[in-house]
Write a protein that binds this ligand. Structure first.
Ligand code: FE2
Length: 116
């Protein structure tokens, strides 16, 4: 078994008619090999009819591997528009229940995506 596959979470999210989306996931960790350490991030591939596909990554503020510390020189972690600001959940955001199991949400991040 290729255990690396167990470390990857993937999903497909479809926006509502207003283009809003949301999903719940685990906070990704940094990864790398030897000197190579990438900041924690989530990959996105965003498509919409009549629009060019956007492939990008969302990062999290406060990560010490952002920007100049990111060995990937073209991944955008130096770009403030790609860095989300996690915050504590408010109201009903703190709990998520599915299939009879309830989960505690520890952080919420909002990230707007604009397709040109
Ligand atoms: Fe990655």
């Amino acid at each position: 078994m290729d255990t690396r596959r167990l470390n990857f979470c993937r999903g497909k999210v479809i926006t509502d008619p207003q283009g809003r989306y949301s999903f719940i996931t685990i906070m990704p960790g940094k990864y790398g090999w030897g000197w190579y350490t990438r900041p924690a991030h989530v990959h996105f591939r965003v498509t919409a009819p009549g629009r060019r596909t956007l492939v990008t990554q969302m990062y999290f503020s406060g990560d010490s591997s952002l920007g100049d510390h990111d060995p990937c020189g073209f991944c955008g972690s130096e770009n403030p528009s790609q860095v989300a600001e996690p915050r504590a959940p408010s109201g009903d955001e703190g709990r998520y229940t599915v299939g009879g199991t309830s989960y505690t949400i520890s952080e919420v991040a909002e990230w707007d995506i604009v397709l040109n």
